[in-house]
Design a protein around this ligand. Structure first.
Ligand code: ATP
Ligand code: MG
Length: 385
């Protein structure tokens, strides 16, 4: 549009039911998050809307920010009725349409026309400037939105869905057990959606796991970092513990013992970094190690809450999200996974706490080895590029 009107992006917030302090915190966190992507001087945050300069880069960034319900590319003019008329006509000219609707809102209740009067007025303007156009209030080809605020008016004809959810970090932090599989990356993204900033914990067992395994983890975390600005990965070389657990007298319990060990280590790392919850990509009854008895026996070792966002998901629901967030293509690449390498032929599906404790007594060096691998932890940082 050859327009003297400036082009901006109007941003709407999610969770509009929030009130008082909660709403203030929500908006402040959202502002900090948007500023990770969009320069401060290009952004203006108000109590019910944010505005930023239009650029392709800014537009792309908004796709990754939780807490935004929708956004629109808008043209800005004054609140003067003549100016708005001119702009409405220009926006109509930009589009090809037969039927149209006008959707007006006035934020300033002192504005001389109310929203239905505004709709009537601008509907009349379109009808008198364009021949053969019809009003259609239920299924129009073109809807022109007019939002009159205190100082400016915004006119637009597009609505882009945002991610919804809560701003990342508004709910605190979680330590997430991540593998190169399909599930745990999706679970991480759902936790981000509820406002958690996710720190990652991954166990590797070189030389059984190789470059490809760690590359997959790095690639997955790079993708997930787009949703939270920066990430930390804690990586543990678990080989000597895996070999040690392999000596246990009841081989069916190897995976259960390893999982308990994972969560003891996770708990210690979380405590050190003041993180108040753990999480994983588990799903009830999808694989042998994810039965209720197994979850019961494993979660005993940690007194932190363990979030399992995928607990009730069908596999195809998980895969749909994995495709949406583009982790699927990475997850399906072939690489050696720690758990798969270690799984006995017939793992116990209903482990019990008494048996597992007996076996842990056999493995008397287990706690000491866990402390050792924590001391040798690898810490990697990720940023949005
Ligand atoms: P995923 O697709 O996430 O690997 P899965 O259905 O294959 O899950 P498992 O491999 O049994 O199931 O793993 C269950 C959960 O345990 C994972 O979702 C992840 O949270 C955690 N986990 C598994 N392997 C590792 C690992 N090497 N490092 C850290 N966490 C792991
Ligand atoms: Mg797996």
């Amino acid at each position: 549009m050859n327009c003297e009107h400036s082009k901006e992006i109007l941003i709407r917030y999610g969770e509009l039911t929030l009130k008082g302090e909660n709403k203030k915190d929500f908006i402040n966190q959202l502002r900090r998050n948007i500023e990770l992507y969009i320069p401060k001087e290009e952004l203006k945050v108000e109590y019910d809307r944010a505005f930023c300069k239009y650029s392709v880069k800014n537009l792309k960034s908004l796709k990754y920010i939780f807490g935004i319900s929708s956004y629109s590319i808008v043209y800005k003019t004054s609140t003067n009725l003549d100016d708005i008329e001119k702009l409405v006509i220009e926006v109509a000219k930009e589009n090809s349409f037969n039927s149209f609707a006008i959707n007006s809102r006035r934020h300033n209740k002192n504005y001389p026309l109310n929203s239905s009067q505004l709709n009537m007025h601008f509907g009349g303007i379109i009808l008198s400037n364009f021949s053969d156009k019809k009003v259609n209030l239920t299924n129009a080809d073109l809807t022109i939105y007019i939002e009159i605020r205190d100082k400016y008016t915004y006119v637009f004809s597009n609505y882009i869905n945002g991610l919804g959810g809560m701003p990342v970090s508004s709910s605190g932090r979680v330590l997430h057990l991540i593998s190169g599989g399909i599930d745990s990356p999706v679970a991480a993204n759902l936790l981000q959606k509820r406002g958690l900033k996710v720190a990652f914990l991954n166990f590797i067992t070189p030389p059984h796991t190789d470059e490809k395994t760690t590359q997959k983890i790095d690639d997955i975390i790079s993708l997930l970092t787009k949703y939270q600005g920066s990430s930390t990965l804690f990586q543990i070389n678990y080989t000597k513990i895996m070999n040690y657990i392999g000596l246990v007298s009841n081989q069916k319990y190897k995976i259960t013992l390893m999982r308990r060990s994972f969560y003891r280590i996770a708990q210690k790392i979380a405590e050190k970094y003041n993180i108040k919850a753990l999480s994983n990509g588990e799903n009830l009854a999808q694989v042998a190690s994810q039965t209720l008895e197994s979850i019961y026996t494993i979660s005993e070792v940690s007194n932190l809450p363990i979030f399992r966002p995928l607990l009730t998901f069908d596999k195809n629901e998980t895969i749909k999200i994995a495709n949406d967030i583009k982790t699927m293509d990475i997850s399906i690449q072939k690489a050696c996974e720690t758990c798969e390498l270690f799984a006995p032929k017939f793992p116990v599906t209903k482990p019990n706490r008494e048996e597992v404790k007996k076996l842990e007594e056999e493995l008397e060096k287990l706690n000491q080895l866990e402390d050792e691998v924590i001391n040798e932890i690898i810490i990697k940082k990720f940023d949005i590029i």
